[in-house]
Design a protein around this ligand. Structure first.
Ligand SMILES: C[S@@+](CC[C@H](N)C(=O)[O-])C[C@H]1O[C@@H](n2cnc3c(N)ncnc32)[C@H](O)[C@@H]1O
Length: 1019
């Protein structure tokens, strides 16, 4: 027998809607948030981490095995919190009332009373939801209560008095999970394969908690020193204008030589590669560039000699630009580069992408010989940004910087470490001749970064000595300042852009990749504006200061692979909480090399042991990246080992929580399989949607993309040995529907529906299967997880359908109705956020040919194909035979919008389904969409319906289209004369569709309109 343990809260419930809302909101929070300390990719929101850690550490008071001592302490802690909260109103208004009620003596909780225990459970969950709020995360009342609850649970579960539960995150990344573990009163142990991630964890878990405010103050002091010294060294390279205006950004374009045939001048045109000619584009403020033309409209050029980075000096014609204030968007011409091809503004000749690449390749990507085309200024005592063309002073300063940089070339300060091989996940720049990390910067950017590097390094040798014997504090300060240099590196690259809407500099890592950028913005590190050194230092200071409340409760961090947690003995940990890499989503090691090459040069000597290699370790990194020979099998193998190692270190009565966010079902099935093979039993699963707005749930997107939190327990005996038991397939199958039947209504009650509910059912369903080392059929054949999952989907679908169709007999509906209903339900959001606007989905890095292109407008309701297939399978429907309902293309399956079904439904091939709106003949009031206009009409001008849909779903869709066409007579004939409207199933399905079609869609309007007609037609 596996050991018995009381369930933790996360194994019974979780307020995912409220947690998701806080996690989404947190994305817009900047000041003091650890994400501003340094870039790390795919950071988990702290709100979600905090909530799931509390819910995993705290025991469910209702559970029969919950020690009474925990119930008593939890009741006392939460009551004390309620008294403070209701007195000082520290919590959010929606919860205030509840705490007030609890604070009244007559409402004291009786922990012997089962009803009160239920109340206690929900009070703890409410507390968790409220504590997920960023604003409450540093509130002493919340912190004290959370820490007391963590301690009470730990001791009640057998933890030694005075010790704390140990939380381990072996894929710690930027440190969100361990930081939150510390915050809620646990000991945190963080490791990662990547030395940059380990360094970030060191700052967050060790330095900040050890030195608190002192570290913040010292960072400020020594940061100021670095800044003053940098100003002395760099001012001449970033001169102010004679009128005192300060350049904040220099806008550059890489160039190519146009390959147009000679036009008789013998001098080719140098084409600046510019995505657009806009400089500022926001309401009421337009600035742009335009080509200087003569009276006949010919673009003017100046002839100059340029020595390019390939060492060749060429005489070229440079097209002239001027700045103007457009009155409308139309006045601004297009840029010169689209899909990687460059069009010459003078001749109109387009140099194809292959030639652009070939030219770039001879010039290491063209950053060093790019053309400066504009300077952005701040003026004294005047608001806003000002734009001017470059002048001689600018050019001289740049030339001086090139000369100054030469002095450092022999000192190994320029990062000449190689970029990852061409074709590596997320990287495009190698195609354009960038070979090493130094190629990502212009000479002046390199000079600035090298200067900062030298200054930070200098602290170690002499300046910080005045701190006396506290060498570690000196290390902490130098490390924090090294992170400020990294922040500057992110801004000072030739892959940083000028944001025309915000009028500021945007750093390189707006996403998890390094794509090519044709025109770029060079921020001035001394500008006193966005992207400068002062800002970089202020962000670091802010994080140190805001987290100073962690003083005295530090964690530990180690560099190692999650497959080998050598620092932890068996069974030493109470909670494994981790967020492993998501398959092929992010090439962490390659991306982090961007910072690694600078950190090698800025960190204190005695922190360099993890930085002694040329670049970050890659071999053991658990991702899929075919160029590196890392395929699916490698990922599964490595993840399997990591999951087994995680189970080894967790105590038999401990708990695990694995976050997984890969959107392909194949990806998460691989993850589940790895966990089962490693000896984990699933006991729960929750989705937390951390995306802004309704992006993931919109009708045009795949819904199953939010992050899934898989709760699990070691499948062990009490002595820590693996529990080996073979399960009987029949027993497993028999238990499954019952489990889903119990679980689903609870979710519905809480408003958890759609994909969220599917995932919330997955954990309990998997518990049945994963409690055995293997499950066998009577024949002795082992049942693979994949096969079981088919049954799980079927059970979930069946249960979901009975929820959707209330208590109607679902066998009255054919497979198309069931599939449509289940599909829409899967896409439905539980928190009614469908009407929020989706965030701007423009790809910000649309600079090379393969990522540019027109966005295709998708209509219909789309799911990932694999998900759709599973839903269909679960319902016994077959997508292959439902082509009139679902379209499969690539990895996506689209439930067709009803309009696109018209030809099928009314039996006229080629029926035009997208005729623009027009007025009905002879009826001035009525306008209709002409979807059905091509159908034959009778003598009264009404549509003749020659085909009646075979299924209830088809008939409802036909009626919806008739309603939309405005042909009320035809609709009446269809419903009344043909008798369609006399079928109760018809109205039952229409009613369900009304609840399922998302608000704002045509379908929702039409089906509601149809329902509204029912009474009038006497039906
Ligand atoms: C999804 S990220 C973790 C993000 C983190 N939760 C946060 O909020 O910042 C996954 C991490 O796994 C690390 N990683 C990849 N392979 C690893 C391995 N074999 N052992 C340990 N860490 C690994 C990556 O370096 C990356 O930091």
């Amino acid at each position: 027998m596996t050991i018995l343990y009381p369930k933790r809260l996360i194994e019974v419930d979780l307020p995912i809607k409220r947690i998701s809302a806080h996690a989404r909101r947190e994305k817009s929070i900047r000041h003091g948030h650890i994400s501003t300390l340094h870039i790390w990719w795919a950071r988990r929101p702290l709100a979600a981490c905090r909530a799931v850690i509390c819910a995993s550490l705290w025991i469910d008071p209702v559970d029969a095995l919950c020690p009474q001592v925990f119930r008593d302490k939890a009741a006392a802690i939460i009551t004390k919190f309620a008294m403070i909260a209701s007195a000082d109103g520290c919590c959010s208004p929606e919860n205030w009332g509840k705490w007030k009620v609890l604070a009244k003596p007559e409402n004291a909780l009786d922990t012997q009373n089962p009803t009160h225990l239920n109340t206690l459970r929900y009070l703890l969950l409410d507390f968790i939801a409220d504590f997920a709020n960023w604003d409450n995360s540093t509130q002493p009342d919340y912190l004290e209560a959370a820490r007391a609850l963590t301690q009470a649970a730990h001791e009640a579960l057998g933890g030694e008095v005075g010790t704390r539960p140990m939380v381990v995150d072996p894929f710690a990344g930027g440190g969100s999970i361990p930081l939150e573990a510390l915050r809620v009163g646990a000991d945190a142990f963080a490791s990662d394969l990547n030395p940059v991630a380990v360094l970030l964890n060191k700052v967050v878990l060790e330095y900040i908690p050890k030195y608190g405010q002192r570290l913040a103050d010292e960072v400020r002091k020594w940061g100021q020193w670095v800044k003053e010294e940098a100003e002395k060294e760099l001012a001449e390279f970033y001169p102010k204008d004679p009128d005192g205006s300060t350049p904040i950004a220099y806008l550059w374009a890489r160039t190519i030589i146009s390959e147009a045939p000679d036009d008789g001048t013998g001098i080719p045109v140098e084409v600046p590669l510019m995505r657009s000619l806009w400089l500022a584009k926001k309401a009421g403020r337009y600035r742009a560039l335009r080509w200087v033309r003569d009276a006949s409209g010919i673009v003017q050029t100046e002839t100059i000699e340029v020595t390019y980075a390939d060492g060749v000096t060429r005489k070229v014609r440079r097209p002239l630009l001027e700045i103007f204030e457009p009155k409308s968007e139309k006045e601004v011409e297009k840029g010169t580069v689209a899909r990687g091809s460059a069009t010459c503004p003078v001749t109109g000749f387009t140099t194809p992408v292959v030639s652009v690449r070939r030219q770039m390749q001879t010039r290491q990507g063209g950053a060093a010989d790019a053309r400066l085309f504009c300077v952005v200024l701040l003026k004294q005592n005047t608001q806003g940004r000002f734009y001017r063309l470059p002048n001689l002073q600018d050019i001289e300063a740049i030339e001086k910087a090139v000369l100054a940089l030469r002095e450092f070339t022999s000192l190994d300060l320029i990062p000449t470490e190689p970029l990852p091989p061409q074709g590596s996940l997320g990287f495009r720049v190698q195609l354009y001749g960038m070979k090493n990390w130094g190629d990502l910067f212009t000479p002046r950017q390199l000079l600035a970064l090298i200067t900062l590097t030298r200054l930070v390094k200098k602290l170690e040798n002499k300046e910080i000595q005045e701190l006396g014997s506290d060498k570690e504090l000196a290390n902490a300060i130098q490390t924090c300042l090294s992170l400020a240099v990294d922040r500057q590196a992110n801004t000072l690259t030739s892959l940083s852009r000028w944001d025309i809407a915000r009028e500021n500099n945007q750093g390189l890592f707006v996403r998890q990749a390094i794509p090519m950028l044709w025109d770029f913005s060079e921020a001035s590190p001394l500008s006193g504006s966005s992207g400068d050194l002062d800002g970089a230092l202020a962000w670091i200071f802010d994080v140190c200061k805001s987290n100073a409340h962690l003083e005295g409760i530090g964690g530990q961090t180690v560099q190692t692979s999650a497959t080998h947690l050598y620092y932890l003995p068996d069974d030493a940990v109470q909670f494994l909480c981790t967020d492993p890499p998501y398959y092929d989503a992010v090439p962490y090691a390659d991306l982090s090399d961007f910072f690694y090459v600078w950190l090698k040069r800025t960190l204190p000597k005695n922190l360099l042991s993890n930085f002694s290699n040329e670049l970050t370790p890659k071999d053991e990194e658990c991702i899929v990246d075919e160029v590196k020979g890392k395929d699916k099998a490698f990922f599964e193998r490595t993840m399997g080992k990591a999951m087994a190692e995680g189970r080894r270190v967790v105590a038999p009565n401990g708990i695990g929580l694995i976050v997984f966010a890969h959107k392909s079902t194949a990806g998460w099935e691989a993850q589940l399989q790895a966990m089962i093979d490693a000896g984990w039993i699933f006991t729960g699963s929750w989705t937390i949607d951390t995306e802004m707005g309704n992006r993931l749930r919109a009708q045009n997107s795949a819904a199953l993309a939010s992050s899934v939190h898989l709760v699990c327990r070691p499948r062990e005996n009490s002595d820590g040995t693996l529990h080996e038991e073979i399960g009987d397939w029949r027993d497993v199958l028999q238990e499954l529907p019952q489990r889903i039947k119990e679980w689903m209504p609870r979710l519905t009650e809480q408003g958890v529906v759609g994909a969220d509910a599917i995932f919330a059912c997955l954990g309990p369903a998997l518990e049945i299967f994963s409690r055995y080392s293997s499950v066998e059929k009577a024949s002795g054949e082992i049942v693979p997880l994949r096969e079981y999952l088919g049954y799980v989907w079927a059970a979930i679908s069946k249960e979901a359908l009975s929820t959707i169709f209330k208590d109607a007999d679902t066998s009255n509906f054919e497979e198309d109705a069931r599939l449509t209903a289940m599909w829409l339900w899967t896409l439905s959001a539980s928190d009614g956020d469908k009407n929020k606007t989706a965030p701007d989905e423009e790809d910000p890095s649309d600079d090379d040919e393969e990522t540019t292109g027109k966005k295709v407008k998708i209509t219909g309701f789309s799911l990932e194909y694999d998900t759709a297939r599973k839903i269909a399978q679960g319902l016994g429907a077959h997508l292959e035979t439902l082509t009139h309902l679902v379209e499969v293309k690539g990895g996506k399956a689209r439930l067709l919008p009803v309009k696109e079904r018209a030809a099928y439904l009314f039996g006229k091939e080629g029926l035009n389904t997208d005729v623009p709106k027009k007025k009905a003949k002879g009826n001035k009031q009525l306008s209709f969409t002409g979807v059905l206009d091509e159908l034959p009409e009778d003598e009264h001008g009404e549509i003749k319906i020659t085909r009646i849909g075979e299924t209830v779903c088809d008939r409802v869709h036909q009626a919806m289209l008739l309603f939309n066409s405005g042909r009320s007579e035809a609709l009446k004939r269809f419903l009344v004369d043909e008798g369609i409207g006399k079928d109760a199933n018809f109205w039952q399905l229409a009613q369900s569709f009304s609840a399922l079609y998302p608000a704002g869609t045509d379908e929702k309007r039409w089906v509601d309109g149809l329902l509204a007609r029912k009474k009038g037609l006497g039906l």
